[in-house]
Ligand binder design. Structure first.
Ligand SMILES: [Zn+2]
Length: 414
C-alpha cells in the first residue's frame, strides 16, 4: 500500500481512481491535492490569504473575484483547507492530517458547495449534483461554466442558483460544525443567484458563529450589489504566460516549447490551456489555415466539403477552434496596428498571420473576430454546426472580397 505522501506526489501528474464496490455499481473516488502549492502562480493572493489566517483576521464573507481559468475556485478551496488543517505549515496546509485528507476528496462534512445547475423541478438543489461536482473539480481545478454544463450533459439548459438552493444553504449552515472549527460554504458563480440571492443576504451579513462564506465570481457587474457590499473582495488576476508555462511544464509534463504555444493561445486561462492540451491531436493551426485558404480564394465546392469536416469536430472542439481563431485575429490586429513586437506567436501561426494580415484591414480583422465570437456563442447554444460553419464561411468570403485586396496580394495564401 503506497504511503499518502507517495500518493500525493503522483496526483500532481494524474488522478488516482480507487474503485470501491458497493451492491450494484462501482463508484470511483477521486483524490487530488488542491493545496496552495498545487495552484499556478497567484503568489501575492496566496500570501494574503495565509496572512489572514496567521493574523487571525479571516473575514466571514469573502468574494474571490477572478476571470475563468485564473484559479479562483481552487484558491478558495485551498484557503478553506488551510483554515481547517490541524497541522498548518507556514505557507500551506499539511496535506496529511485527517481534515486535509477529507478536503482532498472534497468530502469534509464542514465543507459545503453551492453552484449553478439546471433545476429539474422547483425543489431541486445543488447537493443533488455533488458527486458530479466533486468529480469535475478534482479532474480540473480550473473548471469553467461551459465545461460544467458539458459535464452535466445539459448544454443549453438554463443554469441558476434557485430559491430552493438558497433555503437549503441557510438550513445547512444553521447546523454546528461537525468536526472542524469552521463550517465553510464555497459558492461558485454567485452571478447566477439573481433574485434568489436576497434570501441569503441576512446569513451573509450575520452568519452563525464559526461560519465562513467564500463566494467565487467572475463578473462583478453581474453580481447583486447587496452581495458585493456585504463581502470583502479578494481580487484574483489573470495568470501570466510564465505562470501558465510553469504549470504546464512542471505539473503536466508538457515540453517547454509546446507549453509556450498553449500558454500564449490560452491568454492566461488555465481552463482553456487544458482544453487545448486535451485536444492536441486536433491541429487547429493547419485546420484554420486550410479553411481560410478556401474562403479567401472563394473555392466554393472545396469549402463546402471542408465545412462537413469542421462540423464533425464536436461541440467543445468547435468552441476551442473559434477561441483559437479569435486569438489569431487579435494578433492580426497587432500586426496591422504596427505593433509587431507584441506578436509572439508560435512560428507556424506567426508565419500565417504575417501573410494573412497583408490582405486584411483593421476593420476586417475586427469583423472576423466578431463573427467568430458570435459563432462561439451559437455553438454553445446548440446551433447546427454544419449550417453555422457554412454561414460563417460565406460571411468570411464576403468580408474578404478579392476586389478590395491591395494590388498583387491575391495569391498570398496560395
Ligand atoms: Zn492538514
Amino acid at each position: 500500500m503506497p504511503s499518502l505522501k507517495i500518493l500525493q506526489s503522483i496526483t500532481h501528474k494524474k488522478l488516482i481512481s480507487v474503485s470501491i464496490s458497493n451492491k450494484k455499481t462501482v463508484q470511483n473516488v477521486y483524490f487530488a491535492t488542491m493545496q496552495f502549492k498545487d495552484i499556478a502562480g497567484q503568489l501575492s493572493v496566496k500570501k494574503h490569504l495565509i496572512h489572514t489566517v496567521t493574523q487571525n483576521r479571516v473575514s466571514h464573507a469573502q468574494l474571490f473575484l477572478g476571470p475563468e481559468g485564473s484559479g479562483s475556485l481552487a484558491l478558495a478551496i485551498a484557503y478553506a483547507q488551510y483554515i481547517c488543517c490541524t497541522h498548518k505549515l507556514p505557507d500551506d496546509a499539511c496535506g496529511q492530517c485527517a481534515s486535509c485528507n477529507k478536503y482532498q476528496k472534497l468530502i469534509h462534512p464542514d465543507l459545503h458547495f453551492s453552484f449553478p445547475f439546471f433545476a429539474k423541478d422547483k425543489d431541486d438543489v445543488a447537493s443533488n449534483y455533488i458527486a458530479d461536482w466533486r468529480h469535475a473539480i478534482i479532474k480540473n481545478h480550473y473548471l469553467g461554466l461551459d465545461a460544467w454544463r458539458y459535464h452535466l450533459n445539459v448544454d443549453n439548459k438554463q443554469f441558476n442558483i434557485n430559491i430552493a438552493e438558497s433555503h437549503h444553504i441557510i438550513s445547512r449552515l444553521s447546523l454546528k460544525p461537525f468536526e472542524a472549527e469552521f463550517k465553510i460554504m464555497i459558492m461558485w458563480l454567485p452571478e447566477y443567484l439573481v433574485s434568489a440571492g436576497n434570501a441569503l443576504l441576512k446569513i451573509i451579513e450575520e452568519p452563525a458563529d464559526k461560519t465562513l462564506f467564500l463566494l467565487v465570481a467572475q463578473n462583478q457587474d453581474q453580481l447583486l450589489n447587496t452581495i458585493i457590499s456585504r463581502t470583502q473582495i479578494v481580487k484574483i488576476p489573470k495568470l501570466s504566460d510564465t505562470d501558465v508555462v510553469n504549470f504546464l511544464t512542471i505539473q503536466k509534463n508538457i515540453a517547454t516549447n509546446k507549453a509556450q504555444q498553449i500558454a500564449y493561445l490560452s491568454n492566461g486561462n488555465l481552463h482553456t490551456a487544458q482544453e487545448y492540451m486535451a485536444h492536441e491531436e486536433n491541429n487547429y493551426c493547419e485546420t484554420f489555415i486550410t479553411w481560410m485558404r478556401y474562403c479567401v480564394q472563394n473555392r466554393g465546392i472545396e469549402m463546402i466539403n471542408y465545412v462537413d469536416e469542421l462540423a464533425k469536430m464536436g461541440r467543445e472542439n468547435q468552441k476551442n477552434f473559434f477561441k483559437y481563431g479569435i486569438n489569431l485575429m487579435r494578433e492580426a490586429v497587432l500586426c496591422l496596428s504596427d505593433m509587431p513586437a507584441l506578436v509572439h506567436l508560435p512560428e507556424k501561426e506567426l508565419d500565417f498571420i504575417s501573410k494573412f494580415a497583408k490582405i486584411l484591414t483593421l476593420a476586417k480583422a475586427q469583423s472576423i473576430a466578431t463573427e467568430f465570437e458570435k459563432a462561439h456563442y451559437h455553438i454553445e447554444r446548440n446551433a447546427n454546426p454544419k449550417i453555422l460553419f457554412l454561414d460563417v464561411s460565406l460571411m468570411l468570403i464576403k468580408l474578404l472580397k478579392f476586389n478590395t485586396f491591395p494590388a498583387g496580394t491575391q495569391h498570398i495564401l496560395i
